[in-house]
Ligand binder design. Structure first.
Ligand SMILES: NC(=O)c1ccc[n+]([C@@H]2O[C@H](COP(=O)([O-])OP(=O)(O)OC[C@H]3O[C@@H](n4cnc5c(N)ncnc54)[C@H](O)[C@@H]3O)[C@@H](O)[C@H]2O)c1
Length: 260
């Protein structure tokens, strides 16, 4: 297969991709994938030092990258992010919603504060970012949004009550927004990762839980963050994924395929 063919199918040279949560573990891999495919990546996150470090890493890889701070709990902050991406690069073509938080507790110990924080960041943040960037994408009649769901978009996972509800909401919202924006040339899809050890889930991955995850994962291992890149590039690519919208790709070693 020729490099020219792959470039035509999956290359995103000259496009700007904004990765919210790009300073995190999975967001970092997604940034590296977008850089590899030729995009300018705007790393967007609440934490400044990790953003700077990510940009440095991406530039060392030979890519074009910059950062912009955002707090997805604030619509105004997301609006500033869009303006800043356009100011920095002249355009915005791709949005990846990869910010997320999580708490693992017994159900009776799950507090209103946990519920509100998780739902506000993981679900309302995605709603608001889809709206702010969606409005811009509709105005230019082109754009691709990829939301990061989870296996909990399909199956409630014990102990992570607010997280499971938020990720079920992310997949539902993805489908609903996709069916409305399709006619405007805007595609909206979801990637549902299985289990990838990272900051966000370190606290909830006890030995007992790791054993049950392995028992439920046909491939009997955790995912590597870079293993999400193929799904992302398919969903955002200019030819490869143009007729794909309102759907999800599970990258979970078979977790959601297995029952017994
Ligand atoms: N790690 C996994 O196994 C796994 C599995 C399925 C889904 N996910 C999802 O993937 C995404 C990334 O997770 P990760 O494992 O890389 O975790 P991570 O903690 O490394 O990354 C999450 C990022 O979100 C950022 N963030 C938190 N609150 C924010 C806010 N208010 N505004 C902007 N950014 C904010 C954090 O600063 C962090 O950089 C999350 O949505 C998570 O739910 C992770």
């Amino acid at each position: 297969m020729s490099a020219e063919y792959l470039q035509r199918m999956f290359g995103i040279d000259g496009q700007t991709a904004v990765v919210i949560g790009g300073a995190g573990v999975l967001g970092g891999a997604l940034c590296r994938g977008l850089i590899g495919a030729g995009a300018h990546v705007v790393v967007a996150d609440v934490a400044e030092e990790p953003c700077k470090a990510r940009v440095e890493e991406l530039v060392k890889l030979g890519g074009k990258s910059s950062y912009s701070l955002v707090d997805v709990t604030s619509r105004g902050s997301i609006e500033k992010l869009l303006a800043s991406a356009i100011e920095q690069t002249g355009r915005a073509d791709i949005l990846v919603n990869c910010a997320g938080v999580n708490y693992g507790t017994d159900f009776l110990d799950h507090t209103d504060e946990m519920w509100d924080r998780v739902l506000t960041i993981n679900l309302r943040g995605v709603f608001q970012a889809c709206q702010v960037f969606g409005r811009h994408f509709v105005s230019q009649r082109a754009g691709s949004i990829v939301n990061i769901g989870s296996v909990t978009s399909h199956l409630p996972l014990s102990r992570v009550f607010s997280y499971s509800a938020s990720k079920a909401g992310v997949l539902n919202l993805t489908r609903n927004v996709a069916q409305e924006l399709a006619v405007h040339g805007v595609r909206v899809n979801c990637i549902c990762p299985g289990f990838f050890p990272a900051e966000q889930n370190r606290k909830v991955l006890t030995k007992e839980r790791v054993d049950s995850i392995m028992a439920g994962t046909p491939m009997k291992r955790f995912g590597e963050p870079e293993e999400l890149i193929g799904a992302l590039l398919l969903l955002v690519s200019p030819v490869g994924g143009q007729f794909i919208t309102g759907t999800h790709i599970n990258v979970d070693g078979g977790f959601t395929a297995a029952w017994l």
